[in-house]
Design a protein around this ligand. Structure first.
Ligand SMILES: Cc1cc2nc3c(=O)[nH]c(=O)nc-3n(C[C@H](O)[C@H](O)[C@H](O)COP(=O)(O)OP(=O)(O)OC[C@H]3O[C@@H](n4cnc5c(N)ncnc54)[C@H](O)[C@@H]3O)c2cc1C
Length: 286
């Protein structure tokens, strides 16, 4: 297992999985049961999301610890509503438990509170700086938005902000999900033109139901469903049809991204192993 700091230096693409920490006992048991199947796909790392709203923060740590040293772990961390002392405390704790990679994010303001909250660490760049100062050897991922982040209508300025995160010490960029690879390729080209040289990792997610489609439109800031995909979904008779359409779409996306030489692919798994297994099998990955 390559250390996480060197993971994107390998010749072959790195496949990584993202889990969210389930809130219920049955969700936790289900993920624990499926974990061996995820690990059998030999991921470069597994990353665990962090609830900026506060609800699942402890669950993130529990899940990270339960993975032990079976696999490289990346801990998502958001700075919204955290003080510097909170962040030091969390990082010291993670370090003690052998976690050496952080996905450094701002997070979103809890609904109804908005950006009027006093923020000791206002943006992800400030979190990256803080982590880098205290932990020079920590691997740090940051978020990039191929279709733009909705809060920043000025795409030139947004690229400056992204570059600032890399200059502050980010090791790699992982993207928001997207469904049209052209958005990713153009984003990658714009990053290069801006002088960003770190690995840029595309992230994909599978659509599996009509409800999921709407939920993702809500959650995945900035991501758009291309008309060709929507047209197929409109013709579907059931969620089973939508799942098959979604899998086919993701397989095509992943195949093209790999052909274009990306350093890795990050899968927003939604804790569903069968989708990732399908894609790996269909494309003979791993
Ligand atoms: C790969 C990935 C993983 C994620 N995981 C999680 C998670 O685990 N938990 C969670 O709660 N959320 C998560 N998110 C969502 C993320 O927290 C939100 O999308 C958030 O709105 C933006 O986070 P950021 O780190 O990009 O913030 P920032 O980089 O701080 O950017 C936020 C906004 O501020 C602008 N901006 C940046 N710097 C400055 C500056 N110096 N001055 C003025 N404006 C600036 C940016 O252009 C952008 O519009 C994830 C997103 C991605 C893409």
């Amino acid at each position: 297992m390559s250390p996480i700091s060197q993971i994107y230096q390998s010749e072959s693409p790195v496949f990584s999985f993202e889990f969210f920490p389930p809130k219920t006992a049955s969700g936790q048991a289900n993920l624990a049961e499926k974990l061996p199947e995820f690990l059998a796909l030999n991921p470069g790392y597994i990353s665990i999301t962090y609830g900026a709203g506060g609800g699942t923060r402890d669950l993130t740590k529990s899940l990270l610890l339960s993975l032990g040293d079976q696999v490289n772990r990346v801990a998502h961390l958001t700075c919204v509503n955290h003080t510097r002392q909170d962040i030091y405390h969390i990082l010291d704790d993670y370090k003690q438990h052998g976690i050496s990679a952080i996905m450094a994010l701002r997070g979103d303001f809890p609904k109804n509170e908005g950006p009027t909250l006093t923020q000791e660490i206002p943006h992800a760049v400030d979190l990256v700086t803080l982590i880098r100062e205290r932990y020079p050897h920590m691997a740090i991922g940051v978020a990039g938005f191929p279709e733009g982040h909705p809060e920043c209508p000025n795409r030139l300025l947004e690229m400056d902000y992204l570059k600032a995160k890399v200059d502050a010490g980010a090791t790699y960029i992982c993207t928001q999900l997207f469904f049209d690879n052209r958005d990713f390729f153009d984003f990658r080209d714009r990053c290069h033109l801006a002088g960003i040289t770190c690995p840029i990792i595309p992230a994909v997610m599978n659509i599996s139901s009509k409800k999921g489609l709407h939920r993702m439109a809500e959650l995945a800031a900035g991501a758009r469903y291309p008309s060709a995909l929507l047209a197929q979904i409109q013709g579907a008779h059931s969620d089973t049809d939508i799942e098959a359409i979604g899998l086919d779409w993701t397989c095509n996306q992943v195949a093209e991204l790999l052909k274009e030489g990306v350093p890795g692919i990050h899968f927003y798994t939604l804790n569903n192993v069968s989708h990732v297994q399908h894609i790996f099998k269909h494309l003979s990955l791993g």
